[in-house]
Design a protein. Structure first.
Lengths: 250, 433
């Protein structure tokens, strides 16, 4: 489904990703863990097509397409979804209008017809329930004035609505208290399926108590330096990230 | 003997016709004309005309419209009506009241709405001393010019406590003629104590012809009166447009204005407001969208002459292509106007490198116990916002449009009728496509 090979990327003159390899198969959940500054967010951004990064080497293929050639909206239409670490407030942009535009763009790309108003609303309400969100959200502007928890739940709500093939959760746990974390994790778990893959990017092991990954990778200094099963996360929790420096120095 | 007019404006005033006019009006026109010829043409060394050049306007050599246009049928209006907007409708064609196109319907007792010409025929005395707005310096030149040619327009007079059940829609329809023509409609809106109305004033055209509108509206709100006033300037993209708006407010009156500026190649709007009684409130909202070949120029002159009044001025601009706009807002708080509350804001979204905005909000405060603020921003679409929308599958062009409409929505939402809101949002959306 996703195949990243030898990916190198810069911000300005500074190389952040230094030859990253990652293979994600259908239905798999991969956790990417690493200390601050290891390149976690850069990886999320490069895969989803954000401006400001230049890829200098390597490749990223998604569903057989060269991901790096595509515009951000084309990646989304192909089934890629990024849950933002910092969801952006869009004052004046009505949530319902936004969700409809997004869903219809993606349906159109899949060759499906636009949803009529009644089916759209029914679908929205069903998905809101999964995230314990109130439908007053629909009348508000996108993320405007939302609390941190609401913003993160809104991300997962959008994911539920858009039904991506691959979701990248970029530090979705940051800034959440334990209750909000549980709601978000339940939402994510409800969306797990044999066809849907996920990349869970996180600094802490805490989120992985709720979202059990199939694979854990340690990202440091722009490369994946270790991969393993979910027990690797526990090991990281125990030892912290201090050992990485020692290992890389050796 | 009439005083000579400035070069480029010689034909703006029609030759005197036979229609009867009271002596005071003839004198009023003469006096305005005399004041005009004693003044220089507005020029760029005057603060009020610093950013806006008259050259393009003067070289058109506009000519006053002598005869009313009689060939229009009610169905000609269809293309300019807002679907689903239910209103008492008054139509002016090329500056002349067109009763055959107007559908006023039934009005409550105490509401008088009609053409200025008819009014002057039947009840001239009631207007004596009323049509005298051209005070102040800002933009007064063209208000004087309007007064010198004072002829037709709309009069709305609501007696004490009268409330209009539906909005009043005033359509200024311009129809292109063979030569470039100028129309100078003159309006008076007077709400006696406690009267209430919503006025939707629209400037539209059939076709994209070249013409000029130089409109003046005077509004008087007596105590406790409430007026919602929505101006939709959607003239032909080849037209020139001038508006002089003069508002006087008595105690505890409320004025809420929304100015939408989308049309014309060159438009100058002067909004002058003055509190005459305490506890009154004046809110001016505005949205302008200037694209290629357009200049939209706004001047606000808000005068807190008495204590305890509140004003709010909130204008937003979208600038695309080589569009230009000017926002020159001034709030004056006189020495005795303690406890004045004034907030002025002008925010602009630049959608191209070639667009240009000159913005100059000013507070002039002579009282010491007031709450006043002003702010201005000139920015671009935030890349993070654009990326957020695109990451959800929405293409770049639609994402930009959504963000612009989101920016404009704060003002559009102020329009009181849903059909009008939709009409404006749709027009803005089309302009951004």
């Amino acid at each position: 489904m996703l195949s990243v090979k030898g990916l190198r990327a810069n911000v300005g003159d500074k190389e952040i990703l230094k030859g990253l390899d990652l293979e994600v198969g259908p239905g798999e959940v991969h956790a990417i863990m690493g200390p601050n500054g290891s390149g976690k967010s850069t990886l999320s951004h490069v895969l989803s097509g954000r401006d400001g990064y230049s890829v200098t080497a390597g490749s990223a293929t998604f569903e057989g397409r060269d991901l790096l050639e595509l515009e951000p909206e084309e990646r989304a239409q192909l089934g890629l979804f990024l849950a933002f670490q910092y969801p952006v407030e869009l004052p004046g942009v009505n949530n319902t209008y936004f969700l409809k535009a997004a869903l219809n763009s993606i349906r159109k790309a899949r060759g499906e017809s636009e949803l009529d108003a009644v089916s759209f609303l029914r679908l929205i309400k069903e998905k809101l329930k999964i995230l314990h969100l109130d439908d007053s959200l629909l009348k508000r502007a996108v993320n405007a004035g939302f609390s941190g928890g609401e913003k993160k739940r809104n991300e997962i709500f959008q994911m539920a609505l858009l039904e991506p093939k691959l979701a990248i959760l970029d530090e979705t746990d940051s800034g959440l208290d334990i209750d909000a974390l549980r709601v978000v994790a339940e939402g994510v778990n409800a969306l797990r399926s044999p066809e849907r893959s996920m990349i869970v990017v996180t600094h802490y092991q805490r989120l992985l108590d709720y979202i059990q990954p199939d694979y854990v990778h340690v990202l440091a200094r722009g490369r994946i330096i270790r991969s393993g099963g979910k027990e690797l996360a526990l090991e990281l929790e125990e030892k912290g990230y201090g050992w990485i420096d020692a290992e890389l120095a050796a | 003997m009439n005083a000579p007019l400035h070069s480029g404006l010689e034909h703006w005033l029609s030759a005197p016709d036979d229609s009867p006019a009271p002596d005071w009006l003839l004198e009023h026109r003469r006096a305005a004309r005399a004041r005009l010829s004693a003044q220089p043409l507005p020029h760029s060394k005057q603060e009020a005309w610093r950013y806006t050049n008259l050259k393009g306007l003067l070289e058109q050599d506009f000519t006053a419209i002598e005869e009313p246009l009689s060939a229009l049928q009610p169905e000609d209006l269809d293309t300019v009506l807002i679907p689903g907007f239910d209103a008492h409708r008054v139509v002016l064609v090329n500056g002349r009241f067109a009763p055959e196109l107007s559908t006023l319907g039934e009005l409550p007792a105490g509401a008088r709405i009609g053409g200025l010409r008819d009014w002057l025929d039947h009840d001239p005395e009631s207007l004596r001393g009323r049509l005298d707005a051209a005070r102040g310096e800002s933009g007064a030149f063209f208000a004087l010019l309007n007064t010198a040619g004072l002829d037709d327009g709309l009069v709305v007079w609501l007696a004490r406590g009268v409330m209009l059940d539906r909005p009043l829609e005033l359509i200024h329809l311009s129809v292109g003629l063979d030569e470039p023509r100028v129309a100078q409609p003159r309006h008076l809106v007077h709400l006696e104590a406690g009267a209430q109305a919503t006025l939707v004033e629209r400037y539209v055209s059939l076709g994209e012809s070249l013409y000029c509108t130089n409109a003046v509206m005077e509004v008087v709100l007596e105590r406790d009166a409430v007026l919602k006033h929505e101006r939709l300037q959607m003239e032909s993209r080849n037209a020139f447009h001038l508006t002089g708006f003069y508002l006087v407010q008595d105690e505890n009156s409320r004025y809420a204005g929304v100015n939408i500026g989308l049309g014309a190649r060159w438009a100058r709007t002067d909004l002058n407001t003055r509190f005459r009684g305490e506890q009154a409130e004046c809110v001016l909202h505005g949205l302008y969208l200037a694209g290629d070949g357009q200049l939209l120029d706004y001047h606000l002159d808000v005068e807190h002459a008495v204590p305890n009044c509140r004003s709010e001025e909130n204008f937003k601009g979208l600038l695309t292509g080589q569009g230009r706009a000017v926002f020159d807002g001034r709030v004056l708080v006189s020495k005795d106007a303690q406890k004045s509350d004034a907030a002025m804001s002008n925010r602009n979204l630049m959608l191209s490198e070639q667009a240009e905005i000159d913005t100059k909000p000013q507070l002039e405060i002579y009282a010491d116990d007031v709450k006043c603020s002003h702010g201005t921003t000139v920015g671009q679409i935030e890349p993070e916002m654009l990326f957020y929308l695109r990451s959800r599958g929405i293409d770049a062009a639609q994402s930009r449009r959504m963000l612009c409409l989101g920016f404009a929505g704060e003002i559009i939402d102020r329009l009181s009728d849903e059909a009008v809101r939709e009409h404006v949002a749709e027009t803005v959306g089309q302009r951004l496509a």
